[in-house]
Write a protein that binds this ligand. Sequence first.
Ligand code: AGP
Length: 611
Amino acid sequence: MCGIVGYIGPEQGREILMNGLARLEYRGYDSAGIAMVDGQGLLQIVRCEGKLSGLVSKLAANPIDGTVGVAHTRWATHGRPSEQNAHPHRCGPLALVHNGIIENYASLKEVLQKEGHTFVSQTDTEVIVALLESERRKTGEYKQAVRNTLKKLKGSYAVVIVNEEEPDMLIAARNESPLIMGISESAFFLASDVPAILPYTRQVVYLNDEEIVFLSRQGYCIESLADGEKKNPAVRQVNWNPIMAEKAGYKHFMLKEIYEQPRAVIDTFRSVVDLDRRSVAFPELNLDKAVLERIERVFIVACGTSYHAGLVAKYMLEGLCRVPVEVDLASEFRSRDPILNERVLLLVISQSGETADTRAALKEGLDKGAHCRAIVNVVGSSIARMAQGVIYTHAGPEIGVASTKAFTTQLVALYLFAVHWAAQTGKASRETIERCVQDLIELPGKMEKILANTGKIEAWARKFKDFKDFLYLARGTLYPIALEGALKLKEISYIHAEGYAAGEMKHGPIALIDAEMPVMVLLRQGPLFEKMISNIQEVRARDGLILALIEGEPSQIVGEEQNQFVILPSSEWLSPVLFSLPLQLLAYHVAVLRGTDVDQPRNLAKSVTVE
Ligand code: AGP
């Protein structure tokens, strides 16, 4: 996944493009570049391997500028991170930036090489711009050459093209990779995501797959690649302000987003909960009683942290709605020819709404006639527009690569959906529904209390930051939180960590237990408490180091109080939200102590829009 920005307007655009890249760096950061047509009408390009700061330094020495240009920050797919493989790629008077994967680039490259073209990079992107220049020379008509080129591409792309010979035009197009257009009073912007253009405009047009936009200084024209039909999509007002996308004084976006969670949870349920009637309603989901009663099976499909949210939702939906639920990794679901039909509800979960595997899973459901709904955080994202109905989490922009507030608001959205379903179908009594709503209303206050009391978590981080392996154990609705806590630790601190069902420990992982293995156990009062105590004893008998998140109060059986963090009581379905918070903070503080790049961990990207 990469970050793209384009600009055309009356102002000099270098700072606009660079500010935009800085807000997209979470999308990829192994190289970056910028191309502009300068005041003498010449196309200038500066590129740099490594992070954006390297490009900033190069531009200080070579301050190109102009009123039309493109810029790019890369997450390498084809060709290792290097200046040679950095975008923009040039051919003749053209410079092009691209996000996505061109699947037939090798065959196209072969044809171009036979035509005498010499390639200087290993990227699929250079093939696009070379093909475009070849088409431009053949047709003699720039716009038609763009159409011809795009029709020859197979795979995903969001491209923006600047042409030295047409300095009053930017051309852009997308297929399966995100691209939005921003409109201000005097200028036009193109970007992979909203934060890049927020300082300049909140008027946004979301481009659809296989659409081309021709941008001039006076206006724009959008057409369908398939048949040239002119499109006139709505201009939407984005309700995020630039401050929301900034760090607001926190050291890292991740820490800011951890502390935004109580507010994000309130924003997520406020729009669907009637506080007076203690009821929940999702009118825009198009899933009324008649439809829900015909659903025989639910598939929940997602990736990474979003998948962990789906695992928790299984307990909610089976517990409250008594409907069978299967939870699948999107990459597996899409390739096993799942049995889907009109009696199946496919629910996909995605913060970005752009994850390639999740998009493909949703398409599988749509093609096979399932009822398809999505839980998404980014308004207007591809998945949001493909699904037949959307529940939006209102977490606001999540910039840190490690998902935090998106995860807890996904849990709340899934909980609300289960309550809605149980209410619509009568699977839960009025009293149960009202209690579920009351539990939710009390949740943000409990989250605040936990987040205000993190000293012990920071002490654990200092004590355990140099260990090489961690094991996270839990049961029931907390088992997915063990998986999530392990994912958080490994993805930002680079320590190996595994989440496991506690009941499974004796079937293998117990062989790992020794004095070098910190074991994080999550337990809450209830029928599973005693079983967790047994697991703790098994760990202790092998000199394992126990850390515990425990609901209610410390327990002597669990061990020393300094190794226990108390979680305020809540229901089995909402406790996962509360137990997530200290695990997010533990991962964060360990990573900070280890000096890793918390907001942009190595090898990762915020949204994996490639397969
Ligand atoms: C979570 O911390 C990771 N950044 C990653 O697992 C993420 O949850 C996954 O890539 C899915 O992304 P999505 O929710 O945007 O689809």
